[in-house]
Design a binder for this molecule. Structure first.
Ligand code: NDP
Length: 327
């Protein structure tokens, strides 16, 4: 038996509970992993609360990422004792996920735990931090360099935002952090933000074009915020869009794209090809200061993830939440 959060949907409704689960119920696949740490990502909170249709088959163990040790493997790339990490691939959505003491997944979805990180540190980064790195890589793939001007990060105090601020500042960018939490200004400055702005200036309907300010941006918020960020992006600037914390809509015009040559670069972490994942994790190992990581992270026990999920969706959580699945 192992402990897992289990999401059920039946005549009694939609609910998430901490359960003891028989190992025989693990799905068919080629690698069984003893989980050390998982995390609570925005998508996990949507799955646990049922606020969005993230979970597509029931019963489901949520948890889109985990770090742990291989217990058994029939996959040629992994053997018992290997330390591994997983992000995405529909795990926690259509395949039982990491908010559990055990998982069984396809070896093709796993990557080796980078030597620079403990399992806990890898999950302090988690899918949010790995996505932040994918955003940095997208900006740079489109030619962005630190001397081109200011970079805006929206949803800055959240998981993706916090890691994006730390990564961009460490690379020498002047980072402007947009947040709804004025009380987190010192936290964001400690991560490397040069300036803090109130997110309210981006959250309502705006003009098709605004004063050119941003050389680039990482947007975790979507909706009017993304539209306004694009409108305020400088000629030939780049915006990496990865999130929808404000909304999934995009009430924008084409003006920034056709008049200023702005690039809107979409970032998806779930089905990102393996070479790019490996590059992202290698770069995280090289570029993310472990001291900054500690400042970003809070830890909870497996059962506490259920109560924490609504707070995360309400934007009340700062940084990253690591889940110790064994306490
Ligand atoms: P968090 O909840 O940790 O952070 C989101 C932040 O967005 C909040 O902390 C808050 O920051 C801000 N925010 C919340 N609500 C609103 C609102 N109504 N209007 C404006 N800003 C708001 O989530 P994550 O950082 O883990 O994820 C951020 C987004 O990125 C999510 O939408 C998530 O689904 C998405 N994501 C996408 C991935 C992909 O593959 N594309 C992978 C990982 C995440 P503040 O108070 O500082 O403004």
């Amino acid at each position: 038996m192992f402990k897992a959060i289990m999401i059920t949907k039946d005549d009694a409704g939609y609910r998430a509970e901490l359960q003891e689960v028989d190992e025989a119920r693990l799905p068919e696949s080629d690698v069984t992993v003893r989980v050390a740490y998982s995390t609570l990502n925005y998508k996990d909170a949507l799955a646990i609360t049922g606020k969005s249709p993230v979970v597509r088959s029931f019963p489901m163990v949520p948890g889109i990422d985990f770090a742990g040790t291989v217990e058994t493997s029939s996959h040629p790339g992994f053997k018992a004792g290997d330390a591994v990490v997983l992000n995405g691939w529909g795990v926690g959505e259509v395949h039982w996920g990491g908010l559990a003491q055990k998982v069984r997944v396809k070896g093709d979805w796993l990557i080796p735990l980078p030597a620079a990180f403990t399992p806990r540190q890898a999950m302090a980064i988690g899918t949010a931090g790995y996505t932040a790195m994918l955003c940095v890589m997208a900006l740079e793939r489109h030619g962005l360099k630190p001397d081109m001007g200011e970079i805006l990060v929206t949803g800055a105090s959240g998981g993706v935002g916090s890691v994006a601020v730390a990564l961009l500042a460490a690379r020498g960018y002047r980072v402007v952090a947009s947040t709804g939490k004025a009380q987190e200004a010192d936290y964001l400055k400690s991560l490397g933000a040069a300036e803090i702005v109130d997110r309210a200036q981006f959250s309502g309907p705006g003009k098709p074009l605004a004063k050119e300010r941003w050389a680039g941006a990482v947007d975790t918020v979507g909706s009017h915020t993304l539209a306004n960020v694009c409108a305020g992006t400088k000629y030939r600037g780049v915006v990496a869009a990865c999130g929808l914390a404000q909304g999934m809509d995009f009430p924008a015009t084409v003006a920034p794209f056709i008049l200023r040559g702005v690039t809107l670069a979409g970032v998806d972490s779930v089905y990102c090809p393996k070479p790019e994942r490996l590059e992202a994790w290698q770069r995280l190992a090289r570029e993310l200061d472990p001291a900054r990581l500690d400042a970003i992270t809070a830890e909870i026990a497996l059962g506490e993830a259920i109560a924490k999920a609504p707070d995360l969706l309400a934007g009340k959580v700062r940084g990253r939440i690591v889940v110790d699945v064994n306490r």
